[in-house]
Design a protein around this ligand. Structure first.
Ligand SMILES: Cc1cc2nc3c(=O)[nH]c(=O)nc-3n(C[C@H](O)[C@H](O)[C@H](O)COP(=O)(O)O)c2cc1C
Length: 209
């Protein structure tokens, strides 16, 4: 698997990029789309060939892969969109991030700054990139710090091939009083920009749209 991840990193290094865009928090709605993405959590914004497989051009702007799927969901169902922010930022070097992103609870990269008031939201969409066959540590930090009891939860992920892994059952275990929909949504990182129709089909399937 390490070889696959390094291959992803190598491919990422040759992707050309334009200007950056970060998640915008909008107002209103019963939906909260909360996600983690490497883009927006590095020491500085990367907009050129030093970039990684962790960003794509969507609507003419560069964004993190998971962020783009979050945007597509927001375009369809509305609501607020929040990028989880780590206290300590990841390296600008994708190869280094691969090492930094290894799971180790209490790692200095796990802690997030977001304290989100979940009251008023009915649906919580949770998105993340696969990191070492699992959810990234900052996503676990979000789940540790927030109580999703009574919420309907919808899970989406982007990755180079790992799919949703055990994230749905994992989130349900961590949030026993949440209603975690068993049908998640996954996109391969090479298909992010063209995923809109699949996003729409998923939202329809889970009955949100
Ligand atoms: C630290 C790290 C670990 C990763 N581990 C996996 C993995 O186990 N399986 C996989 O398919 N892709 C893996 N990837 C690739 C990302 O899941 C993929 O590029 C994703 O779309 C990035 O989303 P983002 O732009 O929102 O961060 C990894 C990437 C990083 C940086």
């Amino acid at each position: 698997m390490k070889k696959i991840i390094m291959l992803i990193a190598a491919i990422g290094l040759i992707i050309g990029l334009t200007s950056p865009v970060f998640a915008q928090n909008t107002v209103n709605g019963k939906n909260l789309i909360v996600f983690f993405s490497l883009y927006g959590n590095q020491k500085s914004v990367q907009t050129d060939a030093d970039s990684s497989a962790s960003r794509t051009i969507y609507n003419g702007k560069v964004a993190g892969n998971t962020e783009i799927i979050a945007q597509m969901i927001q375009e369809e169902v509305g609501g607020d969109m929040v990028l989880l922010q780590t206290v300590n930022k990841f390296s600008n070097e994708y190869k280094t991030v691969i090492e930094e992103g290894k799971h180790n609870k209490n790692t200095k990269f796990k802690e997030t700054t977001n304290k989100i008031d979940l009251s008023g939201y009915e649906n919580i969409f949770i998105g993340f990139p696969a990191w070492w066959y699992d959810m990234p540590d900052p996503l676990f930090d979000f789940l540790d710090k927030h109580d999703l009891s009574g919420k309907k939860v919808y899970v989406f992920a982007t990755s180079g091939g790992s799919g949703l892994m055990r994230s749905i059952s994992g989130i349900q275990k961590l949030e026993p009083n949440a209603d975690v929909n068993k049908t998640g949504f996954h996109v391969f990182y090479t298909r992010i920009a063209g995923a809109k129709e699949d996003v729409k089909a998923w939202l329809k399937k889970v009955g949100v749209k």
